[in-house]
Design a protein around this ligand. Structure first.
Ligand SMILES: Nc1ncnc2c1ncn2[C@@H]1O[C@H](COP(=O)(O)OP(=O)(O)OP(=O)(O)O)[C@@H](O)[C@H]1O
Length: 516
């Protein structure tokens, strides 16, 4: 794997996604109601539910593309802002592409548009190559994407391409909306194992909505969020879900796919649904009460201690233990038990939390002092370099666009030409031009070079100009509709400025029109 995925420590450390009490109301109907949960780095959170249960709406909220009526979404404790939103990738159910480009062209132009201009070209090629290898896409690199008229890459390859385009930017969070729809169970399994590999090796947080996974696929998920009519029917470890439903008196029959079983239950009678939802709501309430008890214990902490506490209360919840503990310095289950054993029994729970927070803050202070000392021992010369690196990373993510206007225009111009080129050079277009040429030749054959023929000659020039302009205009008008989905997708993801696209499209249209 390229060091691009690991060299930025901030991104490799991973981002924990937390969403709490999300509610969306549309046309007086609760599309989502009080949905809470979390997803950890290196893990896959699967969102399941019957059709219309609110999976896509939830993913749109998590991507920051929709504002919730209530609730909040945070990444590593920070509310989603414009800067963070740009580091989230959202792969839609139906993705749009330029049909005449090959997979390699698509990836390469995406890399040129989305990777910061400061990365040299050879490094960008290396990154694209790595992503191709990660998703095992070598065999379709030179195949056109295609559309309903042009035979192109398969549905599964299209899904991989969508994910590859997003992986190029090294996102901190990947949201995939039904990435396996349209794939057979073995293709879906192989696809998800690749996603799992990427999540684990690059420490990405992955949330995917899925309809009806096979049992093999279901076992790959670390956590599961089951939705029923926009409400949480189950949230927790995927492998504990069978046990949970059995405890509710709804055991999964032997040799039956647990994913199918739980979907059947949330689609069954109103009584069963109510029972499942009530139980999930009670569970959530219990967790909130526990968190509330812990929070009360920090009322008299200082501001710094309070910050440490926020990290601490995130960890007792079962879901956040594993990943955060391995990557960051938040306590693990074992540290909780150590804490319980080593602190005097008379201390209340809130006081134990306080002692623990103080210890952790002291440790962090030690680490900070150690780092400063290390830099000092290596020589003061290193400081400007370190500072420069920090500023570079920070600025790269603060800048509004990853590349300059000129670079965007140049890439978009080449891409537009590549997209229109096959049409300009198509046999039908060449034949059309020959017929128009013959027609004009017959009409204006052997026009004499005398004053009385000036009108005729003007007519010929007018005909040629109108013919070229209309072909150009018609082509642009048609392509606006076909390219619109691509433009929308790329604009929402912040690929480029609209002005750069508009100018590139027009200039390439004129060039193709003249060559036509
Ligand atoms: N803007 C809107 N106005 C009114 N209703 C909406 C709006 N957006 C979504 N809905 C409704 O909200 C419900 C949830 O939609 P959503 O697309 O999130 O479901 P889903 O679980 O992703 O479904 P599927 O699995 O079929 O893709 C649907 O019943 C849909 O009709």
């Amino acid at each position: 794997m390229s060091d691009y995925y690991t060299e930025n420590p901030e991104s490799f450390r991973g981002h924990q996604l937390t969403f709490s009490h999300l509610s969306v109301l549309r046309n007086k109907r609760d599309i989502l109601k009080d949905v809470s949960g979390a997803a950890n780095p290196g893990e896959i959170l699967a969102v399941m539910g019957p059709s219309g249960s609110g999976k896509t709406t939830l993913l749109s909220l998590l991507a920051g593309r929709l504002s919730p009526g209530r609730g909040e979404v945070t990444l590593n404790g920070r509310l989603l802002d414009k800067q963070l939103r740009r580091r989230i990738s959202f792969v839609l159910q139906e993705d749009a592409y330029l049909c005449n480009l090959t997979c390699w062209d698509t990836l390469w132009y995406t890399a040129l548009l989305r990777l910061p201009g400061s990365i040299p070209t050879h490094k960008k090629k290396e990154i694209v190559s790595d992503v191709v290898d990660m998703l095992d896409m070598r065999q379709c690199l030179n195949t056109k994407i295609g559309n309903e008229y042009i035979r192109g890459i398969s549905g599964g390859e299209k899904r991989k391409l969508s994910i590859a385009c997003e992986l190029l930017t090294n996102p901190v969070l990947m949201l995939l909306d039904e990435p396996t729809s349209g794939l057979d169970s073995s293709a879906a399994h192989s696809f998800c194992s690749k996603i799992q590999k990427v999540a684990k090796s690059a420490n990405k947080t992955v949330v995917m909505s899925i309809h009806q996974p096979s049992s093999q696929l279901f076992n790959m998920f670390d956590k599961l969020l089951l939705l029923c009519d926009g409400q949480v029917a189950y949230y927790g470890e995927a492998k504990k879900c069978a046990q949970h439903f059995a405890a509710l008196g709804l055991p999964c029959p032997t040799n039956y796919n647990i994913a199918d079983h739980i979907l059947d239950q949330v689609k069954s009678s109103e009584d069963v649904k109510r029972k499942i939802l009530r139980h999930a709501a009670n569970q959530l309430k219990a967790e909130i009460t526990e968190a509330g008890e812990l929070k009360n214990g920090t009322a008299d902490l200082t501001e710094d201690e309070g910050d440490g506490y926020q990290k601490l209360i995130a960890t007792p919840q079962e879901e956040s233990k594993k990943a955060t503990c391995s990557r960051t310095s938040v306590p693990s289950e074992s540290s909780w038990s150590v804490l319980n054993e080593t602190t005097p029994k008379k201390l209340t729970r809130s006081n134990r939390v306080r002692v623990y927070v103080k210890e952790q803050l002291a440790k962090l202070e030690d680490v900070k002092t150690g780092l400063v000392d290390q830099v000092r021992t290596c020589g003061a010369d290193m400081l400007p370099e370190v500072e420069g690196q920090i500023c570079k990373h920070t600025n790269e993510f603060k800048e509004k666009w990853p590349t300059s206007f000129a670079a965007q225009h140049s890439v978009l111009f080449r891409r537009c030409l590549k997209q229109t080129w096959p049409r300009v050079l198509s046999k039908w277009n060449v034949l059309q031009m020959i017929i128009i040429g013959i027609f004009a030749g017959i009409l204006w054959f052997q026009t004499k070079a005398v004053e009385s023929e000036i009108g005729n000659r003007k007519g010929l020039i007018f005909f040629c100009i109108i013919c070229t302009s209309f072909c150009c205009l018609l082509d642009s008008t048609i392509s606006v509709f076909s390219d619109r989905a691509v433009l929308n997708k790329e604009r929402v993801s912040g690929y480029y400025r609209l002005s750069a696209y508009y100018i590139a499209k027009n200039v390439s249209g004129i060039v193709s029109g003249v060559l036509d």
